[in-house]
Design a protein around this ligand. Structure first.
Ligand SMILES: Cc1cc2nc3c(=O)[nH]c(=O)nc-3n(C[C@H](O)[C@H](O)[C@H](O)COP(=O)(O)OP(=O)(O)OC[C@H]3O[C@@H](n4cnc5c(N)ncnc54)[C@H](O)[C@@H]3O)c2cc1C
Length: 361
């Protein structure tokens, strides 16, 4: 822990407290191995660090993070694990920094300012929002909260246990993950590009298609892993990943190079990208349904891993089937280390929202 970090702690009394310790260490051994000292375990997670101290049935948990947003994420993630491993009713009460308001520190209400069709299948919405400085760094993704049409929105609150309390029934929100394509903190707006995809019920795409200035939705974030500095990049994605690829390329440090493959329906879907040091290939589906063509996986198969520089980093955002195959090739065939890749399912044919990713972790 550094001196600037914020911390919060909780003590949980439970006869099976050791089960929670074992579970949390196992869940996170993939990232950074937990360090064990007697009855104390320490490990780093994406948003901060955790110390677990077990004394018989008392489990003392201390989380630390760089700011209030990350501390709030840490409280939420750890509380989620505790409930998962012990029982859903176990009492959790955090003390320490942050956490005094029932409005989540990472929540903002956002209002549609404008809507523009930037290609045949992409709608760009500009949202105004207050106090969005924190959304300019620490992850490029958001969860958008879309309220039921015609109802006054009811937003989630945060409980003493650090977990979100979601509105239910007629007030239930639709939650979908998107990318902050652009942000201007001073002017107070974010741009989000929505793929207008087919499907019977497509709440987010439909919202984008019909949104009018003044419409209000919510956002929570920012989040997501970042692309580490240094090295040559391979970027792969379909339409849904264009906003992320666009930001990665715009934020590419000088001199850093990238090979990019993007699958879209046709030439009309090509969007301008900052690509001075990148080589971008657009692959066309030509009317075939997204997620069925294998164009991205074919592109990966054509790469000879022996020709890749040692400092390569592979980034991919795509439909689930492509995600699985790209990950298999990169991990199994190329043998690339886990910290040199970020390969993610952005959506799944036939599944809605986060269900698309339930097997994708
Ligand atoms: C980290 C991350 C960042 C993302 N960023 C963006 C972004 O910036 N812009 C963006 O448009 N999307 C983005 N996505 C993908 C987006 O979250 C999904 O496409 C989401 O399913 C759309 O929600 P929906 O309500 O429109 O459709 P859902 O209700 O989720 O799905 C309805 C039906 O549509 C299908 N479907 C969903 N997406 C597509 C698609 N792209 N093409 C064809 N069929 C589809 C589903 O399989 C389902 O059958 C991102 C996803 C992740 C995980």
């Amino acid at each position: 822990m550094t001196s600037q970090e914020l911390t919060a702690e909780t003590v949980i009394r439970h006869q099976a407290a050791a089960v929670a310790v074992r579970g949390m260490c196992r869940d996170h051994e993939d990232h950074r191995l937990p360090v064990e000292r007697g009855n104390e375990w320490r490990f780093r997670m994406h948003y901060g660090s955790v110390i677990l101290e077990l004394d018989d049935q008392d489990l003392k948990i201390r989380v630390s993070a760089a700011d209030e947003t990350d501390l709030s994420y840490m409280r939420m993630i750890v509380a989620g694990h505790v409930r998962e491993y012990l029982d859903s009713a176990v009492a959790i009460r955090w003390s320490g920094d942050g956490g005094t308001s029932s409005i989540p520190v990472f929540f903002r209400e956002i209002t549609v300012m404008s809507s523009e069709r930037i290609s045949p299948h992409m709608q760009r919405l500009r949202f105004s929002a207050r106090d969005i400085g924190r959304f300019a760094s620490g992850g490029i993704h958001l969860r958008l909260l879309i309220p039921p049409r015609g109802r006054k929105p009811v937003w989630p609150t945060i409980g003493e246990d650090g977990l979100l309390v979601w509105p239910q029934g007629e007030d239930a929100l639709t939650v979908r993950i998107y990318t902050i394509q652009a942000i201007d903190v001073e002017k107070g707006f974010v741009d989000i590009d929505f793929v207008l995809h087919p499907g019977l019920e497509t709440p987010a795409a439909k919202f984008a298609q019909t949104a009018k200035p003044g419409d209000v939705i919510g956002m929570i974030g920012p989040g997501g892993e970042h692309v580490p500095d240094g090295g040559h990049l391979i970027l792969l994605g379909d339409d849904t990943a264009i906003p992320a690829i666009s930001r990665i390329l715009r934020e590419l440090p000088e001199g850093r190079t990238a090979d990019v493959w993007i699958e879209v329906d046709g030439p009309g879907d090509i969007l301008p990208l900052k690509a001075e040091t990148a080589s971008v290939r657009w692959l066309f589906r030509k009317g075939r349904p997204a997620g069925t063509t294998g164009l991205l996986t074919d592109a990966v198969r054509k790469i000879d891993p022996k020709t890749l520089p040692e400092d390569i980093f592979v980034w991919s955002g795509s439909e689930f089937t492509d995600f699985k195959e790209i990950r298999r090739i990169v991990r199994k065939e190329w043998g690339l280390a886990k910290d040199r890749q970020l390969i993610v399912a952005y959506w799944r044919r036939g599944a809605q929202g986060d269900d698309a990713r339930s097997e994708a972790a």
